[in-house]
Design a protein around this ligand. Structure first.
Ligand SMILES: *[C@@H]1O[C@H](CO)[C@@H](O)[C@H](O)[C@H]1NC(C)=O
Ligand SMILES: *[C@@H]1O[C@H](CO)[C@@H](O)[C@H](O)[C@H]1NC(C)=O
Ligand SMILES: *[C@@H]1O[C@H](CO)[C@@H](O)[C@H](O)[C@H]1NC(C)=O
Ligand SMILES: *[C@@H]1O[C@H](CO)[C@@H](O)[C@H](O)[C@H]1NC(C)=O
Length: 431
C-alpha cells in the first residue's frame, strides 16, 4: 500500500529530473554578441572558432551583422581575453543557456497546445513532416508525386515531393529544387520548405499560378532526419548527421553533411577532429543523406535551374565557390540572389536585418564540400545557400516569427524562380 502510494511521487520525481536536466550539457556555456569592424576582425574570430572550438550560431558581417558565438566555460576567459586584446567589441548575449532552452521548451509546449496549427506554423517532428507529404500527395495525385528517396543512417525514410502540372515530362520547364534541415538544429528551415509546398499545392494564389504551371518543383524538407530528431530528444544544438564509423573513431557520431559533398572535399573550412561540427567525414558522400541530395541533382541536372539549400540563421544569400573562385555566371548569380534578398527585405519586420548577398567565401569564410558548391559544380546555374533570419534568438527562433519567415521567404523564392527561369530559356537556346 505504502509503495503504491509512493509510485506517483517517484514517477513525478523521475520526470522532473529528466526534464530539468534535458539541457544540462550546456551548463556554464554562454553566448556573446561580437561586433566585427572589418575583415581582419572576421578572420580573428574565425581563427578563434577553430582554436577554441567555438560554436558560431550566427556569422557576422563587418559593420552590420553581429556574430553570435557560444563558448564553453573552459574556453570563455581565453575567448574574451583574445577579443579584448584585439579590441573587438562584444557583449554577453545568453548568460544561462539551459534556463533559456527550458523556457523555450515551455513556450513551445504552450504554443502547440494553445490552438490547432498547420504543420508549417510549428516546429514539426520528422514523422509529422512525412505525414504531411503523404497527405498532400494523396489529396493531389495529379499534381504531387511523393518519393521515398531512401533511408538515413538510422533507417528513417527520407521523403521528398515533386510538384508538377505535367508530371515532370515537359523539359521546356525548369526545375526548382529546394531543401532544408541539412543542419539538424536549424529548426525554422523545415517550416519554410513545407510552406512552399502549401503555397504551390494547397493554397495557390492567382499571382503564383505561373510558378506552378511554368516550373517543376522538388522539395525535400528534412535532409538530415537523424540529427533533427536527436535535437528534439537529446541535444538541442546537434548539427551533424548521426552516422557511426567505429573504424574511424569510437567516440563521436556524425559528420557535417554540408562539408560532405564531393567538391574540393576536405580542403577548406573543415576540421580533422571527428568530434567537430565542421568535420567533413573520412570520405565524400559517406552519408546516405548527402547521397540522396546528390542523386536528385544528378537525375535532373539538365533541368534544375536553381537550387536552394536552406539554413538558419544570419540573413545571407550565398553562392559559390567556397574557395573564392567565382563561377562564370557570377553576375547572374548575384543578380538573382540580390533580387531575392531585396524582395525579402521589402517585406521584413523592422527588427529584422537586411540580407547580404555574395560569394560565400568572400562574404563569410572559405568552405569546401558544401551542397551549394556541389550543385554549382555539377551544372546547376543558380545554386544558393540561404541563411534565414534568427531574430537574435539563435536556433530558438520564437514561434511567433515562423509565419513571417515563411511568408517573406516564399516571396523571395517566387522572384528567384521567375528570374532564373528567364535565364533558363537562354540556357536551352544555347545547347
Ligand atoms: C508520373 O509519371 C510516373 C512515371 O514516370 C508514373 O509512375 C506516375 O504515375 C505519373 N503520375 C501522374 C500523376 O501521372
Ligand atoms: C538499419 O537497418 C539495417 C537493415 O535492417 C540494419 O542492418 C542496420 O543495423 C540498421 N541501422 C541502424 C543504425 O539501426
Ligand atoms: C575520437 O576523436 C577524438 C577527437 O579527436 C579523440 O579525442 C578521441 O580520442 C578519438 N577516439 C578514438 C577512440 O579514436
Ligand atoms: C574552386 O572550386 C571550383 C569548384 O570545385 C573549382 O572549379 C576551382 O578550380 C577551384 N579553384 C581553385 C583556385 O582551386
Amino acid at each position: 500500500m505504502a509503495a503504491r502510494n509512493l509510485l506517483p511521487i517517484v514517477i513525478a520525481l523521475c520526470l522532473g529530473a529528466v526534464s530539468a536536466g534535458k539541457h544540462d550539457i550546456y551548463s556554464g556555456y554562454t553566448t556573446h554578441k561580437v561586433s566585427l569592424r572589418d575583415r581582419s576582425d572576421q578572420d580573428i574570430l574565425h581563427d578563434l572558432e577553430l582554436k577554441l572550438d567555438l560554436d558560431v550560431w550566427q556569422h557576422g558581417f563587418p559593420g552590420d551583422v553581429d556574430s553570435i558565438v557560444m563558448v564553453s566555460p573552459q574556453n570563455k576567459d581565453e575567448f574574451l581575453n583574445q577579443l579584448d586584446k584585439n579590441e573587438i567589441p562584444h557583449s554577453v548575449d545568453i548568460e544561462d543557456i539551459p534556463k533559456e532552452f527550458e523556457e523555450f521548451d515551455a513556450k513551445m509546449d504552450l504554443w502547440r497546445r494553445s490552438r490547432q496549427r498547420k504543420v508549417f506554423e510549428n516546429y514539426p517532428r520528422h514523422g509529422e513532416v512525412n505525414d504531411y507529404l503523404e497527405s498532400i500527395a494523396e489529396a493531389y495525385p495529379d499534381l504531387v508525386t511523393l518519393v521515398d528517396a531512401g533511408l538515413s543512417f538510422e533507417n528513417r525514410t527520407i521523403k521528398y515531393v515533386k510538384i508538377s502540372t505535367t508530371n515532370f515530362t515537359d523539359s521546356s520547364k525548369p526545375i526548382y529544387f529546394l531543401d532544408a534541415t541539412i543542419h539538424a538544429r536549424e529548426w525554422v528551415t523545415t517550416p519554410v520548405a513545407l510552406f512552399s509546398i502549401y503555397r504551390l499545392v494547397e493554397n495557390l494564389r492567382d499571382e503564383d499560378r505561373d510558378l506552378r504551371e511554368g516550373i517543376d518543383w522538388i522539395v525535400l524538407p528534412v535532409v538530415n532526419p537523424d540529427g533533427f530528431e536527436y535535437t528534439h530528444t537529446n541535444t538541442r544544438l546537434w548539427r551533424r548527421t548521426r552516422s557511426y564509423y567505429p573504424q574511424v573513431n569510437t567516440t563521436c557520431y556524425g559528420v557535417d553533411a554540408n562539408r560532405n559533398f564531393d567538391v574540393s572535399f576536405n580542403t577548406l573550412g573543415v576540421s580533422s577532429n571527428p568530434c567537430s561540427d565542421t568535420y567533413p567525414s573520412h570520405a565524400a558522400f559517406s552519408e546516405p543523406e548527402t547521397r540522396i541530395v546528390r542523386d536528385i541533382m544528378l537525375e535532373y541536372v539538365d533541368r534544375i535551374q536553381i537550387y536552394l539549400n536552406i539554413h538558419s540563421h544570419g540573413y545571407y544569400i550565398l553562392y559559390g565557390y567556397g574557395n573564392l573562385t567565382l563561377p562564370a555566371n557570377s553576375a547572374q548569380l548575384y543578380h538573382v540572389g540580390a533580387t531575392m534578398g531585396a524582395k525579402i527585405d521589402s517585406l521584413k519586420l523592422p527588427e529584422a536585418g537586411f540580407y547580404r548577398v555574395g560569394n560565400s567565401g568572400m562574404v563569410l569564410y572559405s568552405t569546401s564540400g558544401s551542397a551549394q558548391d556541389y550543385g554549382q559544380a555539377v551544372g546547376i546555374p543558380f545554386s544558393y545557400t540561404l541563411e534565414l533570419p534568427g531574430y537574435g534568438r539563435g536556433f530558438q527562433v520564437p514561434p511567433e516569427y515562423i509565419d513571417q519567415i515563411n511568408f517573406e521567404t516564399w516571396e523571395g523564392i517566387a522572384v528567384s524562380a521567375r528570374l532564373s527561369r528567364l535565364y533558363y530559356n537562354d540556357r536551352k537556346k544555347n545547347v
